[in-house]
Design a protein around this ligand. Structure first.
Ligand code: HEM
Length: 440
């Protein structure tokens, strides 16, 4: 049920949660300190806040202001199933992403525009199409493996980035050779390396006029020129009707202008590349420290690798949370949220909650084979009408890459202990880059 009215608390600028099933409290630290802790010590700060203030609590992080952090699967389920015209993700995603992905990119839009954009982008990422990409995924993994020598230390984040970038470029653009594609490849890699300081430019694009942010601004401007050239070339291609890459499909079927196409291309390449990179690097880091799981993965069929990938995404959830902003007051799961409330379902906290998983710190893929999961206990791809459109694609890519690596070689962990998390642009990456050593 929802009402049009703001709650008195929200209207008074107080805690945006009116009284419901559980009271929500939050830290009184200044927003800038909470932003710092949230970015620098994401997991530790999240755990501390959850322990101290509960599964549903309010925190404030500059520049978004107050948000409700939610690690209660039932409430998260209600949010994901909630009305699309009231719970908006584009407005929150856009804060950080529109400078790179564009104002009209799927991640930054809401309402009818989002529904139509999603409809246009979905076909190449549906189940039927996915198997067609397996050869590309295998070839790109084999290409990287060929450069790893026995005894070498390998930084998996860099290797996984090279694999996933080529895979998504080939899927989205088709052929990927030539100087313009090389320049685009470099630009996309640079954009995904934007650091903590650099990312302030995403929130305040006006910074683009002064160094060091000016270089990001120029990077995006040049990337747009390159994308325009690809789009124009494709519009005039004699084989447009036979081509199966995403760009050709969109040029053929969407009838949209260059800016819209550019924004979607950048969104697909950006969203589809860094997330899969860090997830694959974590899978290798975890397998390198668990020889028995590695051996079982090598000798079992792909259903066990499916479980390895899921267990990786659970334990090392690369996007710790997602956002929704209410456009009117709404009741969900026994709470009333006022108009303009930022809701942050905490995927990572749910995946590592002992109340749900018993021993969340143990890497045990079997848990995905042994138990039936309840709704929204396992949500690495978010949910509802904003659920990741690349979920099947990413899962397939990780399974194919791991199978190709396990068939070709063996490896071990480098260093005495498990790698910690590091905030790398928008994802949580292994702090040392997922270092492994090839042993065979
Ligand atoms: C392991 C890899 C990946 C993870 C963990 C991941 C995770 C996510 C998450 C959490 C969201 C937000 C969902 C929400 O707000 O409820 C999302 C959205 C999205 N992802 Fe992924 N993703 C991955 C790979 C990919 C790939 C390979 C692609 C593209 C081929 C992709 C394209 C997108 C797009 C376009 C959206 C926006 C959907 C929308 O707003 O409707 N992702 N992803």
């Amino acid at each position: 049920m929802s009402t049009q009215e703001q709650t008195p608390a929200a209207a008074a600028g107080q805690c945006p949660v009116a009284h419901g099933r559980k009271p929500a409290r939050g830290s009184r630290m200044p927003g800038i300190a909470q932003l710092y802790l949230g970015l620098r010590h994401t997991i530790g700060f999240s755990r501390w806040s959850q322990r101290r203030f509960g599964d549903v609590h309010v925190a404030k992080a500059f520049p978004m202001g107050k948000s409700v952090y939610i690690a209660d699967p039932e409430l998260v389920a209600a949010i994901f199933a909630g009305p699309h015209d009231t719970l908006h993700a584009g407005v929150t995603n856009g804060i950080f992403l529109k400078a790179i992905f564009g104002e009209r990119g799927i991640l930054s839009v809401d309402g009818e525009e989002h529904t139509q954009t999603r409809k246009a982008l979905m076909p190449p990422f549906r189940g039927k199409a996915i198997n067609g990409y397996a050869d590309i995924m295998r070839e790109e993994t084999e290409r990287r493996i060929a450069s790893w020598k026995v005894g070498d230390e390998i930084k998996m984040v860099d290797e996984a980035r090279a694999i996933t970038l080529e895979v998504i470029l080939r899927t989205v653009f088709g052929a990927v050779s030539g100087p313009q594609m090389d320049e685009l490849r470099t630009a996309v890699t640079k954009a995904s390396e934007i650091t903590l300081v650099g990312s302030t430019w995403m929130v305040f694009p006006q910074l683009g006029k002064i160094p060091p942010w000016r270089s990001f601004d120029r990077l995006i401007a040049r990337t747009n020129e390159l994308l325009d050239a690809f789009i124009e070339e494709r519009r005039g291609a004699s084989d447009l009707d036979e081509r199966t890459d995403t760009l050709s499909l969109l040029v053929r079927s969407s009838g949209k202008d260059n800016e819209w196409l550019r924004n979607q291309l950048m969104s697909l390449v950006g969203a589809g590349h860094e997330t899969t990179t860090t997830s694959l690097a974590w899978a290798m880091e975890l397998l390198s420290r668990h020889p028995a799981v590695r051996e079982k993965a090598r000798t079992s069929d792909d259903s066990y690798l499916d479980a390895v990938v899921n267990e990786t995404l659970r334990m090392r959830t690369v996007l710790p949370g997602v956002g929704r902003k209410t456009s009117r007051s709404i009741e969900l799961g026994g709470y009333t949220f006022g108009k303009g409330t930022m809701l942050n379902p905490q995927l990572e906290a749910i995946h590592n909650d002992p109340k749900i998983w018993g021993d969340p710190e143990v890497f045990r893929p079997e848990r995905f084979l042994d138990r039936k999961l309840a709704t929204n206990e396992f949500i690495p791809y978010g949910g509802g009408k904003r659920r990741c459109i690349g979920a099947l694609f990413a899962h397939k890519e990780m399974v194919v890459a791991l199978r190709t690596i396990l068939d070709a070689m063996d490896f071990e962990h480098v260093g005495p202990a498990a790698e910690k998390h590091k905030h790398s642009h928008v994802t949580m990456a292994p702090a040392k880059g997922g270092l492994i050593r090839r042993t065979r």
